[in-house]
Design a protein around this ligand. Structure first.
Ligand SMILES: CC(C)(COP(=O)(O)OP(=O)(O)OC[C@H]1O[C@@H](n2cnc3c(N)ncnc32)[C@H](O)[C@@H]1OP(=O)(O)O)[C@@H](O)C(=O)NCCC(=O)NCCS
Length: 253
């Protein structure tokens, strides 16, 4: 758990809108509508003597639809004086050589949990840093815990006591109920909902409008198809469909 950013002990709600290592960017959220202050890039490093800040260049990985949406979200989230600007959008394949420039930070805009995990690891191995993106229209409760590299798209909701592990993706209008826990690299597609005290393991995929009932658990690397309603626990590596969700495949059998 040491790699999780845990502010549950803190009386202030804090989010990391920038890089979680190196130059840290911390901003606070308003109660019902997050006001994303320009991330406070420190002037001690990467600045000239006049205090002009070297801009960090945001590289969006994956040129698909989600990547194009991400460019919009970035322009909403990082203002011109934030110290961050979108540089380019590009694909990245396993055999590609990745050379990271010192002023680059990365956002992986891919809706497949397994692909995203591979790309994040490749970027980290090349020395790259992943940016957290929390769109200003999101609601995040002050006792929620948000891991590094998390992406929260417009109107996503995180309730009190919920925990998002690193590199979770919450697409538009997703909800994460009170005390729910979402494992790293999990992806919630638009309008997916994880109810109170429910739990997703690592690398779980929820299709659009999928729902996990209160206190139920979805095992590592399982997928709920679009509209699936999980009233019971879902084991690891399963594909569950329908309402009530039934398991129709195991990805490793
Ligand atoms: C969960 C999901 C990603 C699984 O994808 P996958 O692992 O590639 O699996 P497949 O789509 O090949 O489906 C495997 C089998 O389950 C079946 N299946 C998938 N979803 C189903 C459903 N909702 N109801 C019934 N059968 C379903 C497929 O027909 C296929 O059957 P077959 O092997 O007889 O051909 C996919 O079902 C899904 O929900 N896609 C939509 C995701 C979404 O909401 N995207 C939004 C992005 S913004």
């Amino acid at each position: 758990m040491s790699h999780w950013i845990d502010h549950q002990q803190s009386s202030e709600r804090k989010f990391f809108g920038g890089i979680l290592q190196g130059r840290q960017v911390v901003f606070e959220a308003a109660c019902h509508h997050i006001e994303v202050d320009p991330p406070a890039v420190q002037l001690t490093e990467g600045s000239d003597q006049l205090g002009n800040i070297d801009m960090k260049k945001i590289v969006v990985i994956c040129k698909g639809g989600f990547g194009k949406e991400m460019l919009e979200y970035l322009s909403d989230t990082f203002s011109a004086d934030s110290g961050y600007e979108s540089e380019r959008i590009q694909d990245l394949f396993p055999d590609d050589e990745l050379i990271v420039k010192p002023d680059e930070v990365f956002v992986v805009a891919n809706g497949d949990s397994a692909v995203k995990a591979r790309l994040v690891k490749k970027i980290e191995q090349a020395g790259g840093q992943l940016l957290s993106v929390i769109h200003p229209t999101c609601y995040v409760a002050k006792t929620a815990t948000i891991g590094s590299g998390v992406i929260m798209c417009p109107f996503a909701f995180v309730a009190p006591g919920a925990v998002l592990a690193p590199h979770v993706t919450m697409n538009v209008h997703c909800a994460c109920g009170h005390n729910a826990r979402i494992g790293s690299y999990s992806v919630l597609s638009p309008y997916a909902c994880v109810a109170g005290a429910a739990e997703l393991g690592e690398g779980v995929f929820l299709g659009s409008y999928a729902f996990v009932a209160p206190e139920k658990r979805v095992g590592n690397h399982s997928k709920l198809s679009v509209g699936a309603i999980a009233h019971k626990d879902v084991p690891e590596n399963a594909l569950a469909v329908g309402n009530p969700a039934r398991i129709i495949a195991n990805y490793y059998s």
